[in-house]
Design a protein around this ligand. Structure first.
Ligand SMILES: Cc1cc2nc3c(=O)[nH]c(=O)nc-3n(C[C@H](O)[C@H](O)[C@H](O)COP(=O)(O)OP(=O)(O)OC[C@H]3O[C@@H](n4cnc5c(N)ncnc54)[C@H](O)[C@@H]3O)c2cc1C
Length: 509
């Protein structure tokens, strides 16, 4: 079979690429390994519990590409309900709160957490989005782990614990597994820690009625019979001016260009001729994927609302560090959504499904201090570690040293091969929005190679969504002005010294 372009992978990125190519009059075929569309976005329509997003779900302000796609495809969004109080349950503290940053009664811990978050945010701004390896301190930051950095600047256990829960939730990896430079790049691409970690005004603000997989299903519908499911690509052979893409059933597709829209880690399952350059191979073999179970626990009613709680909890013990209400906006299918991530995800995979369910019920009961959580009416989980064609979840992470050594090969075309996928994005990398940016950019690279657009048109910025403009996030005076713990101690010592000096002076005179 012959076509102009083959796109490998029918996730949001591959389908965005194929759609743009099709709109530009290019003949394109999408080959998808799984027997379903959507890749890391996977919605099931459960006969009892309705639509459940087992993968990607949330969309937030500044994610303008996915907001545009939602509108173009005629889908509808709703706001995640954050009315009521969240729970903070650390070994030493239990409290309820509203807003994004959990309250810490110990002022030293509060100062410490604020300093840690502000430091990471300001360092992240120094990492160029399109080439993090060119940051002035790239080498220094790439050769230490995020854990080493946090340990070097944080003073209190409570601040480290809260920061760790945040990182685990967004990266699904442990802090010692990723380089500081990678994390700073990730934070910059998501517009800072507050945007990344928030529900209201943040990346978890909205969900799609009917689930996120519809984005892929609707794009595939527009592509018609150009999308082929159950076709794992096994070989990509470049010969003269053509590329031959072979799938596991021995079927071959001849084309001029290939867009690989798969996570970098699963590129190792494809046999390339000629082989990928050494640095690209090193990248593919060095990146890691996090570990995640995404879990929904269903209840007869959303009784936590009657307790004045919104269903959100942050906890440093038990199977899940973070949970959030997942009841439908009309109040149907009352549910809490939780994640077992990173080392906890690995640990939970050793138990049976029933054991995981029981452990989570007990965790909810303890964290929310309410026995009613022990009586769910349903449980749905998905283990992303078992997904051969994702290689894990949610996003490829870079251990120390990899980004500066091999990062530039992430999206660099190799002859007739181009690379998409959310990992190659510069904005909202790791998210659906990044997947769209990457897919459309790779499609424009091919359009440029075909002489249809100028090189300067390959990268395009996205206008802000008019329907969902982003509210500017500003720091409070206190957040901006609070010193670090060492600064706090220095100020306190100076005050004590000054007071003593004044007292002595007055006494002597
Ligand atoms: C549990 C979970 C929660 C998430 N939550 C959110 C969220 O709330 N919001 C958000 O924006 N993002 C979220 N994400 C991330 C989001 O899912 C991804 O950023 C996005 O879907 C990536 O799209 P992609 O097209 O780049 O890659 P993928 O979705 O991974 O698509 C790649 C496709 O390539 C296919 N493939 C792989 N190998 C081959 C092969 N050899 N041949 C043919 N096809 C192949 C795969 O089957 C897959 O369909 C979450 C992800 C997970 C797993």
């Amino acid at each position: 079979m012959s076509t102009q372009v083959v796109v490998v992978g029918a996730g949001i990125s591959g389908l965005s690429a194929a759609r743009l190519l099709q709109q530009s009059g290019i003949d394109v075929i999408v080959l998808e390994a799984r027997n379903r569309l959507g890749g890391r976005s996977h919605t099931i329509q459960d006969p009892v519990h309705g639509s459940v997003d087992l993968g990607a779900a949330y969309i937030g302000p500044t994610q303008n590409r996915v907001l545009r796609l939602v509108k173009e495809l005629g889908l509808r969004l709703y706001n995640v309900d954050e009315k009521g109080k969240s729970v903070l349950s650390l070994q030493s503290i239990w409290s309820t709160y509203t807003g994004t940053v959990p309250p810490l009664r110990n002022p030293i811990a509060l100062v410490d957490l604020n300093h840690l978050l502000r430091t990471i945010d300001s360092m992240a701004l120094k990492v160029p989005l399109d080439a993090p390896w060119t940051a002035e301190d790239a080498l220094k930051w790439d050769f230490i782990t995020l854990q080493e950095f946090v340990d070097s600047i944080a003073w209190t256990k409570a601040a480290v614990d809260i920061f760790t829960i945040l990182v685990r939730s967004v990266l699904t990896s442990e802090l010692h597994q990723v380089s500081l430079l990678f994390f700073l790049w990730f934070v910059h691409s998501g517009n800072g820690l507050v945007r990344l970690g928030s529900v209201t005004d943040g990346a978890q603000e909205k969900k799609l009625y009917g689930g996120a997989q519809q984005l892929s299903e609707r794009m595939a519908m527009l592509l018609g019979d150009r999308v082929h499911l159950s076709c794992p690509v096994k070989t990509i052979v470049a010969r003269d001016h053509d590329v031959f893409v072979g799938d596991s059933r021995g079927k071959e597709y001849k084309c001029q260009y290939v867009i690989c829209a798969v996570p970098p880690i699963v590129l190792k399952n494809i046999n390339f001729t000629p082989p990928l350059p050494e640095r690209k191979m090193k990248l593919v073999h060095s990146v890691t994927m996090g570990a995640t179970f995404k879990v929904n626990m269903f209840y007869k009613t959303a009784f936590w609302k009657d307790m004045g709680l919104c269903g959100q909890a942050i906890s440093d013990s038990g199977p899940s560090g973070y949970c959030v209400d997942d009841t439908k906006p009309d109040g149907s299918h009352p549910s809490l959504l939780a994640f077992f991530v990173a080392d906890n995800g690995q640990r939970m995979s050793r138990f049976s499904q029933d054991e995981r369910k029981e452990a989570l019920c007990e965790h909810f009961a303890k964290v929310f201090k309410c026995e009613k959580f022990l009586k769910p009416i349903g449980y749905i989980e998905k283990n992303w570690m078992d997904e051969e064609f994702s290689g894990g979840c949610c996003v490829c992470s870079f251990p120390p040293g990899v980004l500066t050594k091999c990062g530039r090969t992430l999206r660099e075309p190799i002859n007739r091969l181009h690379f998409a996928g959310t990992e190659t994005a510069t904005e909202w990398l790791g998210y659906m929005d990044g997947a769209i940016q990457a897919g459309e950019r790779a499609a424009r690279e091919v359009l440029h190679r075909l002489g249809l657009i100028k090189e300067s048109d390959i990268w395009q910025s996205e206008p802000e969504s008019l329907d969902h403009p982003a509210r500017r996030l500003t720091l409070t005076w206190l957040e901006r002005s609070l010193p670090s713990v060492s600064g706090f101690i220095q100020i306190s010592l100076s005050l004590i010294v000054t007071t003593v000096a004044c007292f002595v002076y007055k006494y002597l005179n």
